[in-house]
Design a protein around this ligand. Structure first.
Ligand code: TYM
Length: 326
């Protein structure tokens, strides 16, 4: 049976990019194999974060996992920090990933660019080591993520090959990133040449936004010159991004979405995109409220944590044995 693993880090309010690129797809895998979906709370400490905000955000992400259709009876939902095997394995694996390759990671370079050299924690630099541990610990075959995380899965694959060459085939399982065809990279609404990210309030749609906020943001999204609704990310990044959002939520191809709006003006097209986003997020929000009000979120995470520890021990022991610690 295939193992599927993915996680979201609770560093900010979840965005439509997180939803389309990752969250929305997780439930599609729950019948295909055994899924492990977690909250990457240790990763959230790699940049400064308020403790109360972090605590609330962890619970919120768990509730959004449930709201997105993940069934806690089929999927193991848990918090990374409550499964100590992640940290234990990361301490071993850090010896097999090298400074040069870590310093070439785009996510590290982007984050470090905005920081004073003396404010870059070791954890930010070593981020891919912990992420590799997250993935291999569950012998994951498939890792559904947005496009920005593929580099981290690639470095995990390099690590797996390195370990298997040195300690024998089967020491670690080789994972593969699974990127959705439509919606792998949702762009900022205020600057469609940049990725929509949790830290960009103007260009983001948050999963908790009200219909009024969503409509306002989409109607004022930056668009391009010309008047045709066509997919051309290079010359029409704004319109292409909105087409991508529409197609991903309607679950149609980009070509079908283009056909739907072949005779539409920008205003009419934006209104249709806003309608789709509002209806998707209203339904998601009511399931999210139900999850929070059920009072069961904590118990679900506790149950997941127990199962995760059990599974994680198998890989950790195998690695400890391979390297000579057992
Ligand atoms: P994070 O929390 O930044 O993002 C969670 C998921 O959302 C996707 N995503 C997007 N997809 C499309 N368009 C966007 N604008 C967009 N923004 C974010 C991300 O690609 C991701 O899939 N390092 C990870 C968390 C993590 C993890 C793991 C993931 C830690 N360990 C192990 C998979 C496996 C992260 O920071 O994701």
């Amino acid at each position: 049976m295939k193992r599927i693993l993915s996680g979201i880090k609770p560093t900010g309010k979840l965005t439509l990019g997180n939803y389309i690129g990752a969250l929305k797809n997780f439930a599609n895998y729950q019948e295909d194999g055994e899924s492990f979906i977690f909250i990457a709370d240790l990763h959230a400490l790699t940049l400064p974060i308020d403790p109360d905000f972090l605590r609330d955000n962890i619970r919120d992400i768990a509730a959004f996992y449930i709201a997105s259709g993940l069934d806690p009876n089929k999927v193991t939902l848990f918090r990374q920090s409550r499964v100590p095997q992640h940290s234990e394995l990361a301490i071993i694996l850090q010896n097999y990933l090298y400074m040069g390759e870590l310093s070439r990671m785009t996510q590290f370079k982007d984050a470090a660019e905005n920081l004073n050299q003396n404010a870059i924690g070791l954890g930010l630099f070593a981020y891919p080591v912990l992420m590799a541990a997250d993935i291999v610990l569950y012998d994951a075959n498939i890792v559904p993520v947005g496009e920005d995380q593929t580099q981290h899965v690639e470095i995990t694959r390099d690590l797996v090959n390195r370990m298997n060459n040195r300690y024998g085939k089967g020491t670690l399982i080789l994972p593969e990133a699974q990127i959705s065809k439509v919606g792998k990279r949702i762009m900022s609404l205020s600057d469609p040449t940049k990725k929509m990210s949790k830290s960009d309030p103007k260009g983001d749609i948050f999963l908790t936004d009200t219909p009024k906020q969503i409509r306002k943001k989409i109607m004022s999204a930056q668009t391009d010159s010309g008047s045709e609704v066509i997919y051309d990310p290079k010359n029409k990044p704004g319109i292409s991004n909105l087409l991508m959002i529409y197609a991903a939520l309607k679950e149609v191809s980009i070509e079908e979405a283009e056909k739907t709006f072949a005779n539409s003006m920008y205003g009419e097209f934006k209104k249709a995109v806003a309608d789709v986003v509002v209806s998707e997020l209203e339904a998601l929000q009511s399931r999210y409220e139900a999850a929070i009000n059920s009072g069961e979120v904590e118990a679900i995470l506790l149950k997941g944590e127990a199962r995760a520890r059990e599974v994680a021990d198998v890989c950790l022991h195998r690695v400890q044995k391979a390297v000579g610690l057992r």
